[in-house]
Design a protein around this ligand. Structure first.
Ligand code: GCV
Length: 604
């Protein structure tokens, strides 16, 4: 067992990006096939693979040579035809956000410790980081933020002379793989340097940031920029000084501008001190209310990073209406690979299907970039659950080309990683493709959200977030459950363009998977298949547990076919998943039985 175990070949591709022009005629002999590399100016990440007149193949591109070389190696390994014509990524910035703390822990991390930090310092295995860079570049990721958006005091030192040489070393390590760094910065950092304020309209503050950015770029000239979480969950931000988020973001963007730096500004802003008795405030409305009025006010190098749903990476959410608003502002879609609410890399959950649903309603062109919270850590297999790697692989593929199907990408990952016989391949493929629906079946029903245990967010607790300050309520009583978020209710649906507003407002056209996100319904409400709401909740949960048990039997068939350590690790997790599913079923079914009085033969 070794930490390289993943989809990648064990060696570097024929080129890295440190000297793209010098490698222009570097010939690669890949198992008997000669590849010639040809530099093309101004091609960006685009590449082309075609047959060379003198035999063999030619890969043309600029930074795209790297991606072309990886793709050629992959095609060779899988026996696939080389892609036809020029290959251009849909998004120029394909970002990964690590939530790593400098003490070595990872916020919402389920795969071990940080690859970058320990005990307040940079500490890493350079060979492993190089392998990590290779892993990311092979699927086209080109920007990583290495520290948590919740920036502790200790992490502020990343932008300090104490740590900048080490930040520069990391940047150097990733650069040959076409990957640039973002640093998560604290909006109020000037306060630590004896300034009396961090007010973005204060000239002293602006000068402080200009000097700081100049210092940072002196050490790390290829830095991509900063990532900021401001006025969110207790973090400082422009609101502290009575300013808006365009004023806050533009302050930093202007400081970064001379160096070509970008400012990625997260839109995860809501009232996290809500009184549950307040029925007028509806948390999903918050991001749109804060940002939509500021369209056109942000500097050209600001990108607003918007979570895919209006809440917070719940198992089922509609697309955030903010993604469809602000046509004069650069936006990035934010996904979460780390499985905070989706099984914590214990329960199996392959997520590419979810992203396709987002892209169905949010056309790719409405965004400039994509970002995902990483699911990576120091565990030998990178992602804790060996099969959770598929989500990182699929994210890279999707960021390059969102139209690639879930099936195609899953097949590619499986073949590159395990190369199983057909029968075993089909079993694991099916497990992955159905895993999301099964997980959803035994957790919070029909888009209800937030029925998890508070804090760590694993396992059921239907009242856990009901009387708290986070705006996370379902308001179930003995008659009904859910919040009316339609135009006649909280008005959340009014934030959508007409097509989606009408779809969600109407109970008949609202997808059933989102029914309780948008509507408050009595338990006797009749669903499309003729069953009542409460019967449906009950039976869905029982069925999902049977499906998990069947999935365990499928996994059992892979014993002896997967590498032993992979099977053992997946098997241990599957045993936990079965327990978790039963716990969810019993708690959720009992909760709704007690409230609704719904009689059922399976009642506890
Ligand atoms: C980094 C959720 C998570 C937090 C996370 C936050 C965010 O609330 O539970 O751990 O903080 O999202 O995205 O900023």
């Amino acid at each position: 067992m070794q930490w390289e175990a993943c989809w990648l070949p064990q060696r570097d591709p024929p080129c890295t990006l440190s000297t793209p022009l010098q490698i222009a005629h570097w010939e690669l002999n890949q198992e008997g096939i000669a590849f010639q590399l040809e530099a093309r100016e101004n091609w960006g990440d685009r590449y082309e693979i075609r047959q060379h007149e003198q035999g063999g193949y030619l890969i043309g591109g600029n930074t795209g040579l790297l991606y072309g070389a990886y793709r050629a190696m992959e095609c060779k390994r899988l026996g696939l035809a080389y892609p036809q014509g020029e290959q251009t990524p849909d998004y120029t910035l394909r970002m990964l956000n690590h939530w790593d703390n400098v003490d070595g822990t990872i916020e919402r991390g389920y795969a071990g410790q940080s690859l970058f930090f320990r005990e307040g310092h940079f500490q890493y295995d350079a060979a492993r980081l190089r392998a990590y860079a290779r892993l990311l570049a092979s699927v086209g990721i080109n920007v990583i933020c290495i520290n948590n958006v919740n920036v502790t005091l200790a992490a502020q030192a990343l932008l300090d002379e104490r740590f900048l040489p080490e930040l520069a070393a990391i940047a150097e390590l990733f650069a040959p793989f076409g990957i640039r760094l973002l640093v998560a910065a604290d909006f109020a950092m000037p306060l630590q340097y004896d300034l009396p304020t961090a007010d973005p309209m204060d000239e002293q503050v602006a000068a402080w940031w200009r000097n700081r950015v100049e210092l940072v770029y002196r050490y790390v000239p290829n830095l991509c920029g900063f990532l900021i979480k401001a006025d969110s969950e207790g973090r400082p931000g422009p609101h502290t000084y009575g300013r808006n988020h365009a004023q806050g973001a533009n302050l930093l963007a202007e400081a970064l501008e001379p160096y070509g730096g970008i400012l990625v500004w997260r839109c995860f802003v809501y009232n996290c001190r809500q009184d549950w008795r307040d029925i007028l405030t509806d948390r999903p409305k918050a991001a749109y209310e804060h940002y939509a009025p500021l369209d056109g006010c942000f500097a050209h190098n600001v990108i607003l990073q918007i979570k895919h749903g209006p809440f917070d990476f719940q198992v089922r959410e509609p697309p955030s209406p903010l993604l469809l608003a602000m046509p004069r502002t650069r936006k990035a879609l934010e996904l979460q690979l780390t499985q905070e609410y989706t099984g914590q890399q214990i329960d199996l959950y392959a997520m590419q299907g979810m992203w396709h649903e987002i892209f169905e309603d949010v056309p790719g062109q409405s965004m400039d970039a994509v970002a995902a919270v990483a699911n990576i850590g120091s565990d030998v297999n990178w992602t804790g659950h060996p099969f959770a790697q598929v989500n990182l692989f699929a994210y890279g593929c999707t960021a390059w080309n969102p139209t690639l199907s879930f099936e195609t990408v899953t097949d590619r990952w499986l073949r590159l990683t395990y190369n199983l016989e057909e029968d075993a391949h089909a079993i694991l493929r099916r497990m992955l493709l159905t895993s999301r629906a099964i997980y959803e079946g035994y957790t919070a029903p029909l888009g209800l959200c937030w029925m998890v245990n508070p804090g760590h967010h694993y396992g059921p607790n239907p009242m856990g977030y009901e009387y708290d300050r986070w705006g996370t309520y379902h308001r179930a009583d003995r008659y009904a459950v859910g919040i009316d978020r339609t135009s006649k209710g909280t008005g959340f649906t009014d934030q959508y363009p007409t097509r989606l507003r009408e779809r969600y407002n109407n109970r008949d056209s609202c997808p059933e998977s989102l029914l309780l996100f948008f509507h408050r319904l009595p338990y006797g409400y009749v669903m499309k298949d003729g069953r009542t709401l409460v019967q449906r909740i009950d039976e869905d949960h029982r069925q999902a547990v049977q499906e998990v048990e069947a999935m365990r039997e499928s996994l059992r068939e892979l014993q002896g076919k997967l590498p032993t350590w992979v099977f053992d690790s997946a098997w241990d997790r599957m045993q936990c998943q079965v327990q978790n599913a039963k716990e969810w079923r019993d708690v959720i079914c009992d909760f709704f039985h007690r409230l609704s009085g719904f009689p059922h033969e399976n009642q506890l």
